[in-house]
Design a protein around this ligand. Structure first.
Ligand SMILES: [Cu+2]
Length: 131
């Protein structure tokens, strides 16, 4: 009778060990997946120089950028005219972001503003409009 009890105990112990092992294996898999995903999808922060003039420009640029796929956030500092963009560089490129800003009517670093879009901006948002 005692021997049977011992055997039973051993069996349950083995089961527990197996559970612990499979948990450890699963945990390792989850961790390794997480690491490889992290390497593929990199979040990058870039600062882009624009020629935005006022709060309306800020709303326009931030509104358009924050709507773009792959952009985590975009924030324009009106006094410095610099827009800080955090984005996933496997979804959208810095060039695409600059192009979006240009199409809104603003310079983006070395990319000049789209002339038509710039002409359609309210007077206060045109270059020098707030002076
Ligand atoms: Cu403006």
């Amino acid at each position: 009778m005692e021997e049977l009890d011992l055997q039973l105990n051993n069996k349950t112990k083995n089961k527990k060990m197996k559970n612990v092992l499979s948990l450890a294996v699963m945990a390792m898999l989850v961790v390794s997946c997480g690491v490889s995903n992290g390497a593929d999808a990199q979040k990058v922060t870039a600062k882009i120089m624009t020629n935005a003039e006022c709060g309306m420009c800020k709303d326009r640029i931030e509104g358009a950028l924050n709507y773009e796929k792959g952009i985590v956030f975009a924030e324009l500092d009106v006094p410095s005219k610099v827009v800080t963009v955090k984005f996933k560089n496997d979804v959208i490129s810095l060039e695409q972001i600059r192009s979006t800003i240009s199409k809104l009517g603003y310079n983006a670093d070395e990319i000049k503003a789209d002339a038509t879009a710039q002409g359609n901006l309210p007077a206060c948002c045109q270059p020098g409009g707030m002076k």
